[in-house]
Design a protein around this ligand. Structure first.
Ligand code: UDP
Length: 312
């Protein structure tokens, strides 16, 4: 099959790209490197991969026949989307609109990478897909939350009005190799800080929770959904094992053997207090659940960070 993949050089996009190529598919990948990096894909020499440097917030026309449009482009780290709020809104809204236009024109299926951020600071715990969320529409995180909510609304509108065949996933916190070491997210910050003997910066009291999914598990869930399920979604994909931020700091300190101190800093505005996916639907519809524990996943991720931070 032929896939058009946006955000192909990002953290998740580059993993998905490798898996698609490995499975024998053709991929036309686009990225504008706002948060992705050419380093993540420069070793992919396959004739089945074509790369186009392009901002998907602008229209793109090409002749190839495609079977799937996969829209994975977006800044996704709070630090990135706070720095680029308008680009974040554009890629989620205009970028999604452009991708849906391509899917409609090419009679291709459309797959949207949405996010657990659509649930905002949830009052329901764990979060099932039926939950409508608790988002501050004018807060600092709204550029990401609301653009993904608009992306979901656009996707369902194209499904209802133009019969585009759609799949929507909501991705919960994911980590692994090919994350940017300085992307500002909790796992990347803690590993980088621990490896460099710097203070580990816990925001707030550290009792807020997240549920961390190793990237290979996520990619397996995405592929199962693409290959097996005939269901529009939205579908939660994430690891339901929940940790406080403070617990994750202690685990990373232990696994890196670091002597770093834990330092408490102010909690950013609107930081969700708890987050954990209800993955009953994914279990039932695509027979999927994560296999990699946090410790196992961190042990696969730490060597990548070591290589990046302390180049040989
Ligand atoms: N966090 C932290 N220290 C850091 C970075 C993040 O304590 O150096 C906290 C952050 O306040 C949040 C959680 O870790 O409660 C996850 O933050 P992240 O930026 O990874 O993404 P989010 O899940 O909030 O989108």
């Amino acid at each position: 099959m032929v896939f058009f993949l946006t955000g192909c050089s990002g953290f998740i996009g580059s993993h998905l790209l490798r898996r698609l190529i490995r499975d024998g598919h053709k991929v036309i990948g686009v990225d504008n490197f706002i948060s992705g990096s050419f380093d993540n894909i420069k070793d992919i020499k396959s004739p089945n991969f074509t790369f186009i440097e392009h901002d998907i917030s602008k229209p793109i026309y090409f002749g190839d026949k495609i079977d799937w449009v996969l829209h994975f482009a977006s800044p996704a780290s709070p630090r990135d989307y706070l720095e680029f709020p308008i680009k974040t809104l554009k890629v989620g809204t205009i970028g999604t609109y452009n991708c849906l236009g391509i899917a409609k024109l090419k009679k291709a299926r459309f797959f949207l990478a949405s996010t657990s951020e659509v649930y905002g600071d949830p009052v329901l715990h764990p979060q099932p897909e039926e939950y409508w969320g608790n988002v501050n529409p004018v807060g600092p995180r709204s550029c990401y939350d609301e653009s993904k909510r608009a992306a979901e609304a656009l996707t369902f509108a194209y499904h209802r009005q133009h019969n585009v065949d759609i799949r929507v996933i909501r991705i919960f916190n994911t980590y692994g190799p090919y994350m940017r070491v300085n992307d500002g997210r909790v796992i990347s910050n803690f590993i980088s800080q621990a490896l460099q003997g710097k203070d580990i910066t816990v925001f707030g009291d550290g009792f807020q929770t997240r549920s961390f999914c190793y990237v290979d598990d996520l990619i397996e869930g995405i592929m199962r959904y693409i290959e097996r399920a005939d269901f529009t979604g939205p579908l939660n994909l994430g690891n339901p094992q929940e940790f406080t931020v403070l617990e994750s700091a202690r685990i990373i300190k232990k696994l890196t053997g670091s002597s770093s101190e834990i330092k408490f800093l102010p909690l950013p505005q609107d930081d969700p207090k708890r987050r954990k996916p209800d993955i009953s639907k994914a279990r039932k519809l695509i027979s999927w659940q994560p296999k990699v524990s946090l410790e196992e996943g961190l042990n696969k991720t730490i060597p990548y960070f070591k290589e990046k931070i302390i180049p040989r």
